[in-house]
Design a protein around this ligand. Sequence first.
Ligand code: CAA
Length: 380
Amino acid sequence: MDFELTEEQRLIQQTAKDFAEKQVAPAARIHDREGQWPGDLVAQMGALGFMGMSIPEQWGGAGSDALGYALAMEEVSAACASVGVIMSVNNSLVCDPIHKFGNEFQRKEILTQLASGKALGCFGLTEPSSGSDASSMDTVATQDGDHWNITGSKNWITNGPHADFIVVMAVTDRSKGSKGVTTFLVPTGTPGFSCQEPDEKMGIHGAHSCTVFFENCRVHDRYRLGDLGGGFRVAMTALDGGRIGIGCQALGIARAAYEKALAYSQERKAFGVPLSQKQAIQFKLADMATEIEAARLLLWQACSMKNRGVRHTQESAVAKLFASEMATRVTHQAMQVFGGYGYSKEYDMERHYRDARITEIYEGTSEIMRIVIAKSELAQ
Ligand code: CAA
């Protein structure tokens, strides 16, 4: 297997690194402290092609492959995990399913706006009383001629307070279980759509999420995304890509924490020598470097399968599970290297520690990842 990046992938990586270091990192602390939405950075990502990376240029995207997207996600998330998840949701959970399942109208009129960053999208699957058990939702869509009326609520909707469109899953035939779910693409300006104030969370403060409500939201059938009853498959297929994105977000967070711990260990002296000369610290650094590299290779494997058009449900789950739990371990150890300063708000370490934690929860908890992996292993 060849791990050499192509010239195009190296260019994406370098562009993302420059953007992340010069534009994203300097504002990360303030976005975190103030809970400020990084609207200017989202606009810049649109101009760079980062909001629809794997979408062909014809539909407003950058035409990159899955690995190019992974490289950019790692760089952006290393600078700011909030900006990383805003980018990931728009790419993986909004643009990709519209590209894969959308009709001509949706691709031409909606995808081009979303992929070019002129509009922002969000993804509505989770509900107040169903998260992991995603198909048991309450939101319903009832047909009225060539229109649908959608009623219900969705919560923890990342990008929700700022989105122009929502990809939403609703029950169209309750007797059919997961085969009675259909996906719709709803403009958030549709009468009956509303959202609450942003949620208060432990981390990723710059990435606003909220609860959204549909009260008889009426959309034409041309806004139906994919087949009638095919909505759960649309959601699961989107999440197969989304889990790569979140895995890369975790990888970026872990790398940022590790690089800071590595530098600090060489500056800070204890017992007359730099911390880096102590074997206890060297072992921590070695473990962190090894785990980061392992996560990256698992993520790249999932990207390689996605590029080949092969189903990668298991590989995405393996990569997301390992990368997110790795980010929790690495940020924990990196904080140990920093000691009390790591716990202080004067440094970025406590932000990385808080931001890492969500990657084990959203887009499928670690427990759900293990269910997906075990199911796939047992079916072989
Ligand atoms: N691709 C294609 N089809 C799939 C699929 C996939 N990845 N996963 C399941 N399916 C199909 C199955 O093949 C099955 O079809 P058949 O009946 O024809 O075989 C059908 O869908 C139902 O599948 P399951 O029986 O496996 O469904 P389940 O009810 O047992 O649920 C689950 C499976 C994996 C637990 C799923 O519910 C799940 O992934 N839950 C977690 C939800 C989640 O990740 N939520 C994240 C919300 S988004 C978010 O977090 C965004 C954000 O804020 C950043």
